[in-house]
Design a protein around this ligand. Structure first.
Ligand code: SF4
Length: 246
């Protein structure tokens, strides 16, 4: 049987769906599920965090509330396609990969990110959330590994940090500082010490790619005896110059 053509006020013409009444043109109005705005879904090597090196499916959601000066994913501010939670899950499952990361942009800008994470967990995936740290993580399902950025002054967004997030992190979670220069390093190391962050979970220090030499950052950490993990973005070494989807 050919499904009836309807019109969803969010998505436009669609097939099927539950009827809600008649549109002005006489077409059936249908109720569509809440949607996600998705920049890209791709299979790659995890380039950051304690899972660096593992195959991972990335779901990059569109939109961000911040504008870090060194942002390398500005294309995710606006571009994307509308997908239901079920459609995203189906595309993720095509890769048969146990590790999934929800990233952005800022994934927590979209309310449907929460049911998406719940569904991925329910299907047995290990779920990582990478957030810019400007929004509350309080509604993120337990079981998700939360990787929370703390924005340094060099990003231009350090006054947007939602510090209360750090109070609810657990041992499985991670805190990430992206460091552009010595001033950022000094500020970040002060936060680590004053807030006793390494007591809560792993703390990552990552140099801004192409701006701060990783060896300089590593030397500062060693000289100070700071108990943080220096990381470099592995995907940028594997695929130098690639602009997206790696
Ligand atoms: S939070 Fe991430 S996506 Fe948003 S502007 Fe900063 S680096 Fe870019």
């Amino acid at each position: 049987m050919v499904p009836a053509l309807g019109f969803c006020q969010r998505r436009g013409p669609v097939l099927g769906g539950g009827s809600q009444g008649q549109g002005r043109s006489g077409s059936r109005l249908v109720q569509c599920p809440p949607m996600l705005w998705v920049s890209e879904i791709f299979h790659s090597i995890q380039g950051e965090s304690s899972r660096a090196g593992w195959p991972c499916v990335f779901v990059r959601l569109t939109g961000c509330n911040l504008r870090c000066v060194w942002c390398d994913t500005a294309y995710a501010f606006h571009e994307g396609r509308s997908m239901s939670v079920g459609e995203v899950v189906a595309e993720v499952e095509r890769y048969r990969c146990p590790l999934v990361e929800l990233t952005g942009g800022e994934p927590l800008l979209q309310p449907e990110a929460i049911p998406l994470m719940e569904e991925l967990l329910r299907r047995g995936r290990r779920v990582l959330l990478e957030t810019g740290g400007g929004l509350s993580i309080a509604d993120v399902p337990r079981g998700v590994v939360r990787i929370v950025d703390v924005k340094c002054p060099g990003s231009g967004e350090s006054d947007r940090n939602h510090w209360a997030n750090l109070e609810i992190l657990e041992g499985k979670d991670e805190i990430k500082f992206v460091v552009a220069d010595r001033r950022d390093y000094s500020w970040a190391s002060q936060q680590v010490r004053e807030r006793d962050l390494t007591r809560r979970c792993s703390v990552l220090f990552s140099p801004v790619h192409g701006v701060l030499h990783p060896g300089d950052l590593a030397r500062w950490v060693l000289d100070d005896g700071l108990p943080v993990r220096v990381q470099i973005q592995l995907h940028k070494i594997l695929w130098p110059g690639a602009e997206r989807g790696v």
